[in-house]
Design a protein around this ligand. Structure first.
Ligand code: B4P
Length: 182
């Protein structure tokens, strides 16, 4: 079973690329952001709590996210999957390594998508989700640099990172990712 992590700052296009690659390669797409937004729209306890956190641009606690991903991966079947938006902290990365070891998943690729803060801010303001206000975007970027960017080094140290420019035409970025993982 093939495992792909698409990593990068908020709004860099993780979801955009993951949806398309999942379709082209027949992989499952696991977006932790989508899982949380679905829970929020269903009004579950988790959803209500997550929405409050997301609308401030903060991260949902690691134990919740690790539990969701563990449960999802334990029941996964098929040719492989893409993780989009997870791991987002070092704690989550370490938990994921443990989950992969337990489940004997050992065909991992990690794509790091890059874009500068101004590009990201403009994209998100244009999208206009409830967590895409200027104030929230600023905090999401701060949280990214403080808590999420160390995950890049974690995977680099394990010999995994493939760095790809996330600025440009969606299809060109898509082709570049496909070239790098094939
Ligand atoms: P996510 O749902 O993961 O979303 P994201 O980081 O905002 O966006 P992504 O990078 O997927 O960008 P997209 O393709 O949509 O996270 C939302 C929130 O959920 C987090 O802030 C956090 O609170 C919570 N959360 C999720 N996972 C968590 C975890 N593991 N731990 C704790 N909390 C967690 O693209 C953005 C926009 O750019 C779109 O409008 C798109 O059309 C556009 N775009 C994409 N590619 C483009 C390109 N090449 N050129 C121009 N525009 C482009």
């Amino acid at each position: 079973m093939f495992q792909l992590i698409i990593f990068g700052p908020p709004g860099v296009g993780k979801g955009t690329q993951a949806i398309s690659i999942a379709e082209k390669l027949n992989l499952d797409h696991i977006s932790t952001g989508e899982i949380l937004r679905k829970a929020a729209s269903e009004g579950t306890e988790l959803g209500k709590r997550a929405k409050e956190i997301m609308d401030k641009g903060n991260l949902v606690p690691d134990d919740i996210m690790n539990g969701i991903v563990k449960e999802t991966l334990e029941s996964i079947k098929g040719e492989g999957f893409i993780l989009d938006g997870y791991p987002r902290t070092l704690n989550q990365a370490v938990a994921l390594t443990q989950i992969f070891n337990d489940l004997n998943f050992n065909d991992l690729k990690v794509i790091n998508l890059r874009a500068d803060d101004e590009e990201i801010t403009q994209r998100l303001l244009k999208r206009g989700r409830s967590d895409d206000t200027r104030e929230t975007i600023l905090n999401r970027l701060k949280v990214y640099y403080e808590s999420t960017s160390p995950v890049k080094k974690y995977y680099e140290d394990l010999g995994y990172n493939i760095d790809i420019n996330g600025v440009g035409e969606v299809e060109e970025i898509n082709s570049e990712i496909l070239k790098c993982i094939n």
